[in-house]
Design a protein around this ligand. Structure first.
Ligand SMILES: Nc1ncnc2c1ncn2[C@@H]1O[C@H](COP(=O)(O)OP(=O)(O)OP(=O)(O)O)[C@@H](O)[C@H]1O
Length: 352
């Protein structure tokens, strides 16, 4: 790690602290995620989902993992550096973002999701803190919970932050899929448009209540499997009709409300796929390509609303507790090609 100069801590998550750092050899600004627990072998590091899934992702809207370094039993991820996250952009804002900004951001995230879902992965922990922003580019980060769709259920370990957690996960379904990411995106889109979380539950039961308050409780027509899941855990849905989503988001366009309603469908099968969302009327005429990934001739990238010096300062307030739902199960076994693995002294490096 001598090659890197750590400048400032920019994030503190459950599993790691993230630093802005400089690669002393080439002056490049990078993000260094220092994992909190110790790793006693490189094989153990290589079996981490974050490593396995991020190494396979190559998309302009997915944060790049440049190197993995284990030194003195401490694991470091060297990633491309992003200025701030969407939660930081929202938290001190009073005036809602323009719908065109939300459209451009979400278009990029749905492109990343379409890419990863088509390759058989889903993220499982989408939340504003994991959507990173630099200028007008948005990237998906934190693949600590990413799953291979083909890996066998049951998925029983802790999954996703409560406010963005899909109802099938709240009701302890053990066979959910990429539709959980679509639910989270509905909640995130609504939050970006109103600056208020759509379902800010204070517990798992309150989370379901908050969902019922907005979209009404499910029934035999809207989600028969949900009723069975609830019955299996002896849970009774509150009998509530729910506010219209358009009432909760008074200034949003009808296209935005329509998209969020379909993303936040009780039944995961009724939620659109990421690739379908890109065709939705909300994104009509949206062929948005962020300046930073456009060909050189394009002008300088515009700074998104709210990103200033403050965008990177301060620690991220934890908005919700992240307790485990139940015990964990070993990760699915995927082989890692050792071709890019090198050992120098006692330090192991993995170059992407
Ligand atoms: N590449 C990056 N560039 C800049 N900041 C980053 C980067 N990656 C992460 N961060 C910041 O660090 C925070 C924590 O990172 P991350 O979510 O990867 O950690 P974690 O321990 O897995 O967190 P969680 O508790 O959400 O699981 C992010 O919310 C973000 O603000």
């Amino acid at each position: 790690m001598d090659r890197f100069k750590l400048i400032k801590e920019v994030g503190d998550g459950t599993f790691g602290s993230v630093w802005r750092a400089i690669n002393k050899q080439n002056g490049e600004v990078v993000a260094v995620k220092k994992m909190k627990r110790k790793y006693y072998s490189f094989e153990e590091c290589m079996s981490l989902r974050e490593v396995k899934s991020l190494r396979r992702m190559n998309h302009p809207n997915i944060v790049k993992l440049k190197e993995v370094i284990r030194e003195n039993d401490i694991l470091y991820f060297i990633m491309e550096y992003m200025e701030c996250n969407l939660y930081q952009l929202m938290k001190d804002r009073v005036k809602p973002f323009a719908e065109s900004d939300v459209r451009n951001w979400c278009f990029q995230i749905f492109q990343a999701l379409a890419y990863m879902h088509q390759r058989g992965y889903f993220h499982r922990d989408l939340k504003p803190e994991n959507l990173l922003v630099s200028k007008d580019v948005l990237k998906l980060a934190d693949f600590g919970l990413a799953r291979e769709v083909s890996s066998a259920p049951p998925y029983t370990e802790y999954v996703s932050t409560r406010w963005y957690r899909a109802p099938e996960v709240l009701l302890q379904s053990s066979a959910y899929d990429s539709a959980v990411d679509m639910w989270a995106m509905g909640a995130i889109m609504a939050e970006l448009l109103t600056l208020h979380p759509l379902f800010p539950g204070t517990s798992e039961a309150d989370e379901i209540l908050k969902i019922c308050n907005v979209i009404g409780c499910p029934d035999e027509q809207t989600w028969p499997q949900g009723l069975s899941l609830a019955e299996a855990m002896k849970y009774q849905f509150p009998q509530i009709r729910g506010n219209q989503l358009s009432e909760v988001m008074k200034s949003a366009s009808s296209e935005a409300v329509d998209l969020i309603s379909s993303l936040c469908s009780w039944d995961p099968c009724k939620r659109p796929k990421a690739a379908e969302v890109l065709q939705h009327a909300f994104f009509k005429d949206c062929t948005y390509v962020p300046a930073a990934v456009r060909p050189k001739a394009a002008g300088p990238p515009k700074t998104p609303p709210g990103v200033g010096a403050r965008g990177v300062s301060g620690h991220i307030a934890r908005r919700y507790s992240t307790g485990a739902l139940s015990t964990s199960k070993p990760a699915a076994n995927i082989s890692i090609k050792p071709s890019s693995l090198s050992k120098i002294g006692n330090i192991y490096y993995l170059f992407s």
